[in-house]
Design a protein around this ligand. Structure first.
Ligand code: HEC
Ligand code: HEC
Length: 233
C-alpha cells in the first residue's frame, strides 16, 4: 500500500515537472522580429549567435525551446548569472520566443577538438562510464549532438569547450538550474564525472559536427564512424 502511493506520488510529480515548461507556455516566435531584438546580445554572443569569446556560449542552431527556457530561468534567478539576469530582466515571453526563433535559425560554426582528448571524450559521449554510472551523453543529446527540441535537451555539437567545461564543472560542484526533475538530470550526471573526463568530453563536443549528408546515411555509411572522425577534424 505504501509502495503504491509512493509510485502514484512520483507519477504526479513527473507530470507537474513536465507541465512546468509545456510547449503551450512558449508563444510562437518570429525570427525576423528576434533578429531586430538581438543587437544587444551580439556584443557577447555574436551577431549570428556564433560567439568568438569562448566564455560566452554559442546560441546559433540552439534549440528554440531550450533558449526560451534558459531566458526564463535567468529572469527568475533560478539559473544564477548576474550578466544574463540583467539581460533577461526586460524581456517578455514574446521577446524570448522571438530571440529563440532567430538564434535557433542560425547555423553554428563547428569547433575543433583537441586530438589528445578525443579517445576519452568519445568513449563518455557515446558510451558513458559504466563503472561510475554515467549514462552516454548521446542518449539524450543525440549521436551528432543536435539535442532534442521536444524534450528540451540542448544542442551541444560545436559549443565552445571552455563554456561546456565551466557548466559541467559548476554542476559537478553542486550548482543546478532549478529543483525540478528536468533540472536535476545534469547535476546528477556531472557529479559522477572526474575533472579529466569533463575536460575530455567538453573538447569532444566542441569538435562534434554533422559530417553525414543524408545521402551517405541512406547509402549505409556507418554514422558512428563518421561522427567520430568528424570530431577529429
Ligand atoms: C555582456 C555579455 C552578454 C550579453 C550582452 C548577453 N549575454 Fe547571454 N550569456 C552571457 C554569459 C556569460 C552566459 C553564460 C551564463 C552561465 O554561465 O550560466 C550567457 C548565456 C546565455 C544563454 C544560455 C545558453 C546556453 O547554452 O545555456 C542564453 C540563451 C543567452 N545567454 C541569451 C542571450 C540573449 C537572448 C541576449 C540578448 C538579449 C544575451 N544573451 C546577451 C553573456 C551575455
Ligand atoms: C537523460 C538525458 C541527458 C543525458 C544522458 C545527458 N544530458 Fe546533458 N542535458 C540534459 C538536459 C535536460 C539539459 C538541460 C538542463 C537544464 O535546462 O537544466 C542538459 C544540458 C547539458 C549541457 C548544457 C548545455 C548548454 O548549452 O548550456 C551540457 C554541457 C550537457 N548537458 C552535457 C552533457 C554531457 C557531457 C553528458 C554525458 C556525460 C550529458 N549531457 C548527458 C539531459 C541529458
Amino acid at each position: 500500500m505504501k509502495l503504491i502511493s509512493t509510485v502514484v506520488i512520483a507519477g504526479v510529480a513527473l507530470v507537474l515537472a513536465a507541465g512546468a515548461y509545456a510547449e503551450g507556455a512558449m508563444p510562437a516566435g518570429n525570427a525576423a522580429a528576434g533578429k531586430a531584438k538581438s543587437t544587444v546580445c551580439a556584443a557577447c554572443h555574436g551577431m549570428d549567435g556564433n560567439s568568438t569569446d569562448p566564455q560566452y556560449p554559442k546560441l546559433a542552431g540552439q534549440q528554440a525551446t531550450y533558449i526560451f527556457r534558459q531566458l526564463e530561468l535567468f529572469k527568475s534567478g533560478v539559473r544564477k548569472n548576474p550578466i544574463m539576469l540583467g539581460m533577461a530582466m526586460s524581456l517578455n515571453p514574446q521577446d524570448m520566443a522571438d530571440l529563440a526563433a532567430y538564434f535557433s535559425s542560425q547555423k553554428i560554426m563547428p569547433g575543433v577538438a583537441d586530438p589528445k582528448e578525443i579517445a576519452v571524450g568519445q568513449a563518455i559521449y557515446r558510451g558513458g562510464d559504466r563503472a561510475t554510472g554515467v549514462p552516454a551523453c548521446m542518449a539524450c543529446h543525440g549521436p551528432d549532438g543536435l539535442g532534442n527540441p521536444g524534450a528540451v535537451y540542448p544542442h551541444l555539437a560545436g559549443q565552445h569547450a571552455r563554456y561546456v567545461d565551466a557548466v559541467l564543472t559548476a554542476w559537478h560542484g553542486g550548482d543546478s538550474w532549478g529543483t525540478d526533475t528536468h533540472a536535476s538530470i545534469m547535476p546528477t550526471i556531472a557529479r559522477k564525472l572526474t575533472t579529466a573526463q569533463i575536460a575530455a568530453v567538453s573538447s569532444y563536443v566542441a569538435g562534434l559536427h554533422t559530417a553525414v549528408p543524408t545521402e551517405s546515411v541512406s547509402s549505409g555509411v556507418n554514422q558512428t564512424a563518421f561522427a567520430s572522425s568528424a570530431a577529429q577534424q
